[in-house]
Design a protein around this ligand. Structure first.
Ligand SMILES: Cc1cc2nc3c(=O)[nH]c(=O)nc-3n(C[C@H](O)[C@H](O)[C@H](O)COP(=O)(O)OP(=O)(O)OC[C@H]3O[C@@H](n4cnc5c(N)ncnc54)[C@H](O)[C@@H]3O)c2cc1C
Length: 457
């Protein structure tokens, strides 16, 4: 079977490429996706019968239509300050233009009643500066997990008659052939003129093999490690009511490391995340009033960049996460006051605290899990945040660990996100260029537009 374009992966990158082809061209396009359609994506962990990962053949949380972002909080950050380095390839203006375009599609497919927040002109910026904190610039559309699902469903219904979707069909190999590529699945081979690889974080190991086979250079040197903080929503409400999501960066006194807030969920819940069988922590929030909680949660992450000869930054973070799984059987929870006193939290101490945890995790001691340098950075940042949001450093503030932000390897691509093979593009988080919904989606639009323009020439 021959296609003009084959897209590998139906996460935001692949979906927005497919959307462009469907809207603006007559090209014959197929999407191969390892996971299932949106409505078939159900994680069996229910906390009762199935308490932990049973290693399904494909993980419903990470794989399938919507990719890793399908059950996310759906925060589309429109900025060049974080979420990827797309602007280094496309230019700052173009990158922002594409992110706003993606936003307009989300809004017109079910997101019309959601809110766009912005840091522009906020008084918080000055307050942060006065306290050695930096507030990063961004506009953020918060879809919420529920609306995000509706938007994806609407987009799929619009695409399904124009684009051929192959679900539960992982691509096992890509071969360079004359005038194009052979895309091999377990059952069949397909050929195409152009191939867009958009396999995200979950496809990272596979993409490494593809790059090795095709001799495409890669790099891997960064990971962010930390904890998720949960506290009563009023402590952060003056920030979250105005901005919803604020990315605040702190440079530690002790090591001059960079610590940042990440993925803020006002009145949200803390959740388990499963990456290759390792349980880490994350957070969600909902637009639906009835699902809101009395707590706000956010991650505090310390960025670690390794220099030569060490190359396995993700392996380093995975072993720290494994340690927490070994000690706690999953995620560990600790009161900030217990951490400061150098003692473990117990269920009794958690129960006696004033903050009701939204995730059932094992009370323990995070200092036995996190390296000192990382823990010192997190503690310093909690005290820095306490100056702009008094109460952050309260004894009962809850810390869940560990939270890890893995970065994909960087794949060598040019300013068109094209590899050294003409017609072979790598986009989204799998490329290492992006690590967010808006950047990944924008990269998909960009490459599709480039291919359509070239086909029309
Ligand atoms: C719990 C969670 C919450 C998040 N919340 C946010 C948020 O609020 N805001 C934000 O900006 N970002 C968030 N993110 C990150 C965001 O989801 C990603 O940045 C984004 O999904 C990347 O899109 P992508 O298309 O590059 O890759 P992905 O979304 O990972 O999609 C890749 C797809 O490729 C498929 N695939 C992999 N290998 C193969 C193969 N060999 N053959 C066929 N298919 C394959 C996978 O099954 C997957 O569906 C969150 C992530 C998680 C896990």
């Amino acid at each position: 079977m021959k296609y003009d374009v084959i897209i590998i992966g139906a996460g935001p990158g692949g979906i927005f490429s497919a959307y462009e082809f469907a809207k603006k061209s007559d090209l014959k396009v197929a999407v191969f996706e390892e996971g299932g359609p949106l409505e078939k994506r159900h994680c069996p962990i229910d906390g009762k019968k199935v308490k932990s990962c049973i290693n399904c053949k494909t993980c419903s949380i990470m794989n399938g239509f919507g990719g890793a972002g399908a059950f996310s909080d759906g925060k589309y950050n429109i900025t060049n300050d974080f979420g990827g380095t797309l602007h280094e390839y496309l230019g700052r203006e173009k990158a922002l233009e594409l992110m706003y375009y993606v936003d307009s599609i989300n809004v017109s497919h079910g997101g019309e009643n959601t809110t766009m927040f912005s840091t522009a002109g906020t008084a918080l910026k000055k307050v942060c500066m006065q306290n050695k904190l930096t507030l990063l610039e961004a506009s953020v559309r918060h879809l919420g997990t529920d609306i995000n699902y509706i938007v994806l469903d609407n987009i799929y219904n619009e695409l399904k008659d124009k684009i051929e979707f192959f679900f539960y069909t992982p691509v096992v190999r890509i071969e360079k052939i004359e005038n194009g590529f052979r895309v091999c699945t377990e059952e069949k081979d397909y050929t195409c003129d152009k191939c867009i690889i958009s396999v995200g974080r979950s496809g990272s190991h596979w993409l490494q093999e593809v790059c090795t086979d095709l001799d495409i250079p890669t790099t891997r040197n960064r990971v962010d490690i930390g904890v998720r903080v949960e506290l009563p929503a009023p402590i952060f409400s003056h920030i979250t009511d105005e901005l919803y999501e604020s990315k605040i960066v702190y440079r530690t006194d002790k090591y001059e490391d960079s610590v940042r807030t990440f993925c803020m969920n006002p009145k949200g819940i803390v959740v388990n995340e499963n990456t290759n069988g390792i349980i880490t922590v994350n957070g969600h929030s909902f637009e639906d009033e009835s699902r809101k909680t009395e707590n706000t949660n956010f991650a505090l992450l310390v960025s670690k960049r390794f220099s030569e000869p060490f190359k396995d930054s993700n392996g380093y973070a995975e072993s720290i996460a494994r340690l927490s799984n070994m000690l706690g059987g999953g995620v560990i929870i600790q009161r900030f006051g217990d951490l400061e006193r150098g003692r473990r939290s117990t269920q009794k101490r958690i129960d006696e605290g004033t903050v009701r945890p939204t995730l059932q995790a094992t009370p323990g001691d995070l200092s036995l899990v996190l390296p000192k340098r990382i823990l010192d950075g997190i503690i310093e940042m909690i005290y820095a945040l306490d100056k702009i949001a008094p109460g952050t450093a309260n004894e009962d503030t809850l810390l869940y660990g560990v939270e890890v932000k893995f970065y994909n390897m960087g794949v060598a691509v040019d300013h068109n996100l094209e590899t050294k093979y003409k017609g072979l593009f790598v986009i989204g988080d799998g490329s290492g260029v992006t690590h967010s919904l808006s950047h990944a989606s924008a990269s998909g639009v960009f490459v599709a537009d480039r291919i359509i323009e070239a086909a029309e020439e």
